[in-house]
Design a protein around this ligand. Structure first.
Ligand code: NAP
Length: 504
């Protein structure tokens, strides 16, 4: 286990050179075979120990991450809980065991005209995974976040690229994983946390021993890594989660009955955490009407009361402020609400703009993400235009509809269109707050991610780092334990098309 986030005397982290990084990748490669073959109970112990180590230094973690990210301490404590729960959830998945998707088709030697072979399938880990952590979740999408933990749970070593926004927090959490690995007898190299320059990070992605990449961040960053991986001699999957404007449709009966409550909930969701969520509702779509005007007026007033804390990094603050200035300069947009300037340096000012449906449809760039507490409210002239807007949307992480039963009956085609647009569809709820559970999809069609078939949150995230393998006519002793006749761990398996926990 090797973590390199030592500091120069100047205080800036030491950057590893390529030769050092290559040595860490080799260790990850060497660790793969012993790690994947370790007993499941050992991997479960490893994961649970990581969770305990994080819990044990909670106070230090909150202090370091608050200093580095400016996120409120309460939110950071909650994120640590979420990270610990996430780790324990994956440990539970390994303990229950059915996640390997064991499928057995038994032989039929008497079948005519040809005998049927015995074929058994399950998921196997693919090899060392390179993980790029996010700036906006220093725990849950960072060193011991969902990407790292789902890869480790699958049986893959992890080479982690530290985000420069929170190096000390990353170092502390890396220490937790390293201690847990030592205490539970994991092979050296199962986890490495690397502080490297951008070009070196790209070299990691293109190294022949890396089998997959998981990334959370900007479109530019995710696309650059995905393009670099596509040029490899042997291509590998890149699971880049690159953000979204998370459109929300506000239907007429809902606004007639609940304009105030809806505006309050959405303004709170948009400004939460200075708007720095990939699930932030950045685009609202409404039908022109007096109720819509009332909603827009309430939303604008809500913003005027708001201030935000400092943003995660100076770069994110600069990008947000420049984006808002750009939006203010566009003639088709009108400012419908703006928050207060905080006394804090680099604090985002919340803003909301309105635009007509026709102007939105004419200006594709209005679908770009402004990472921060900004929203654009598109007022469609009629139902046909509202559907045109829905059809014109790019791929998203989430799409929401606020509606009553009357609206559901009247706008049924809208719900069908949105199924093609997003990984998570929400009725009468804010998109911020991603539940970590078995059924969650935190993904979506490009450009929200580079692979719409996957999720980066929830237990299904493990399948990004596995592949199915079939064993034909294998003797029992050569099969993985999960596929052997005896089914000693009593996992659910599909045998000749029927789900069962029985042995053969
Ligand atoms: P970022 O700029 O994409 O950086 C994330 C990671 O990717 C960093 O480790 C960065 O390394 C690396 N990276 C960035 N561009 C790269 C490139 N062209 N080639 C190789 N590596 C690259 O994201 P961020 O710093 O977290 O925030 C910037 C923007 O990302 C925000 O304004 C927002 O739009 C978006 N964002 C999205 C999400 C989301 O959930 N999808 C979360 C946070 C931020 P270096 O630091 O070494 O350059």
């Amino acid at each position: 286990m090797t973590t390199r986030t030592d500091k120069h005397e100047s205080g800036s982290p030491t950057l590893l050179n390529w030769a050092e990084v290559e040595a860490y990748i080799k260790r990850a490669k060497d660790a793969f075979e012993p790690y994947r073959q370790s007993a499941v109970s050992q991997r479960i112990d490893f994961l649970r120990q990581i969770a305990r180590e994080i819990d044990a230094i909670r106070t230090d973690l909150i202090e370091a991450s608050h200093r580095e990210t400016h996120l409120p301490e309460g939110r950071l404590g909650g994120e640590i809980d979420r990270t610990i729960n996430q780790i324990n959830l994956f440990a539970g998945v390994l303990e229950e065991g059915s996640w390997v998707n064991a499928i057995i088709d038994t032989a039929n030697p008497q079948r005519m005209p040809l005998p049927k072979p015995d074929i058994r399938q399950m998921q196997l880990p693919i090899g060392p995974v390179c993980v790029y952590g996010a700036s906006n979740f220093p725990f849950a999408f960072s060193v011991a976040g969902g990407d790292t933990i789902s890869a480790l749970a699958a049986g893959c070593p992890v080479v982690y690229k530290v985000h420069e926004g929170h190096p000390q927090t990353s170092s502390l959490v890396s220490g937790c994983i390293e201690r847990a690995a030592r205490e539970t007898g994991m092979p050296d190299g199962v986890f490495a946390s690397l502080t490297v320059a951008r070009e070196v990070g790209v070299q990691v992605v293109t190294h022949p021993s890396i089998a997959a990449v998981a990334f959370t961040g900007s479109f530019a960053g995710g696309k650059a890594l995905s393009d670099a991986a596509a040029k490899r001699q042997v291509p590998i999957p890149v699971y880049a989660e690159m953000g979204s404007i998370n459109p929300v449709f506000l239907l007429p009966d809902q606004l007639k009955l609940h304009a105030e409550a809806t505006a309050t909930a959405l303004a709170a969701s948009n400004t939460l955490g200075a708007g720095q969520f990939c699930t932030n509702p950045g685009l609202m779509v409404l039908l022109q009407s007096p109720d819509t005007e009332r909603f827009l007026s309430i939303y604008g007033t809500q913003l005027e009361e708001q201030t935000c804390h400092a943003m995660l990094t100076p770069g994110i603050y600069r990008a947000y402020s420049a984006g808002v200035e750009r939006l203010k300069s566009i003639g088709a947009l009108s400012l419908m609400g703006e928050g207060k300037n905080s006394e804090l340096a680099e604090a985002a000012v919340p803003v909301a703009f309105r635009v007509s449906g026709s102007d939105f449809l004419r200006n594709e760039f209005l679908q770009e993400e402004y990472f921060g507490p900004a929203s654009i409210h598109v007022v469609a002239e009629d139902e046909a235009q509202l559907m045109e807007i829905a059809n014109a949307l790019d791929g998203q992480l989430t799409a929401g509809v606020w509606c009553t039963d009357t609206d559901i009956d009247a706008f049924e085609p809208l719900f069908r269109v949105l199924e093609h647009k997003a990984g998570r569809l929400i009725i009468n709820g804010a998109p911020t707050g991603v539940e970590v559970c078995h059924a969650m999809v935190h993904g979506g069609p490009f450009p929200a991610t580079t692979d719409a078939r996957s999720t980066s949150v929830g237990t299904q995230a493990i399948y990004r780092f596995t592949r199915p393998v079939s064993y034909q006519n294998y003797p029992d002793r050569l099969l993985p334990v999960e596929l052997r006749d005896g089914n000693e761990s009593s996992i659910w398996r599909k045998v000749d098309g029927e789900l069962t926990r029985k042995s053969l």
